[in-house]
Design a protein around this ligand. Sequence first.
Ligand code: SAM
Ligand code: SF4
Length: 364
Amino acid sequence: MARIALGIPRPRAADPALADLPDTADRPASPALVDRFGRAATDLRLSLTDFCNLRCTYCMPAEGLEFLPKGQLLAAEELVRLVRVGVEQLGVRQVRLTGGEPLTRPDLPEIIAGIAALEPRPDISLTTNAIGLDARAEGLRAAGLDRINVSLDTVVPETFTAMARRPLLHRVLAGIEGARAAGLTPIKVNAVLLPGVNGHELPELLEWCLRRDLQLRVIEQMPLDAGHTWERGAMVTADDVHEMLAPLVRLTPVDEPREGAPAELFEVHDRATGRYRGRMGIIASVTRPFCGDCRRTRLTAEGSVRTCLFSRGETDLRAALRGGASDHELAEIWRAAHWGKAAGHGMDRPDFVQPTRPMSAIGG
Ligand code: SAM
Ligand code: SF4
């Protein structure tokens, strides 16, 4: 790639990552995070840590993963500053806190409160495994958290222990109830289905969620596991989900604009009685990609911009931040990075290469 052009500042800290910024000579003079394919990113996925207290097989290795030392993670005030740049200068309107496990950061309320104080105030959501959420939900809500998504792949304790490699289902369930009691509703439940592991449990999981007024969202497994064991032919697809649920429920697409949301939403009616039960979503990133309407930008826990989960490169904002760059300079670097966003994740291309970082280290 060519070196940066058009008023993008030279960073004051020496940073080889910035040498790979795309050529912005043909970029229009827009303040937004636009790319060459006419998209503008308004939704920031902010990873707070690469550390996690679970070891889900589709995300992390059983052991041996080295976590970032504390000094390499962005501190609360650094995170809030970058979000401020996103909100005030780049048009970011939604911030989803993720990781690794964001609840493992003791300063989470401070981070949320800092983001909630920004103008215009962005929508703030959290994706979490919910371990320890029962003790913290009230404080997070008071700090300004608007919504949560809880990852829960199964309600069968043995399956949970096999998938998360920790016997902690009861703590996740307590976390969900704590969030409900604190008024952090509606709660969405994210589930990744693995064939032969929890795939066949889908009807049970859906029924469990519907009874508790939780919106289940089934996510197709993506090639982001640390072991690089993902196989396109051996995954539970959106079509499989429809086929599995068809005898039990009728799924009717929700007639609302999707607006870049990854989930396709459905109204759920009992097949036998016709009774309305609630909604569910399917995130078919692999078999029905939604890249053409992508509105996401990502920051890793060490402060690198990733324009896509599947990016092969990153742009290190932390070096510029710690090297004394102004907000304007940080915004310009971020804009330049986004101009190079790829058209799509390319999972269907023969030359597709899985990112070296697992999901936990990118921020889901
Ligand atoms: N620890 C938190 C959690 O589990 O919700 C936040 C981080 S986690 C990486 C964010 C989301 O990514 C979770 O819903 C998880 O199920 C999903 N995820 C992780 N690895 C995945 C993969 N290989 N394919 C699809 N989704 C994945
Ligand atoms: Fe941890 Fe979330 Fe990855 Fe599971 S999916 S290992 S809870 S980061």
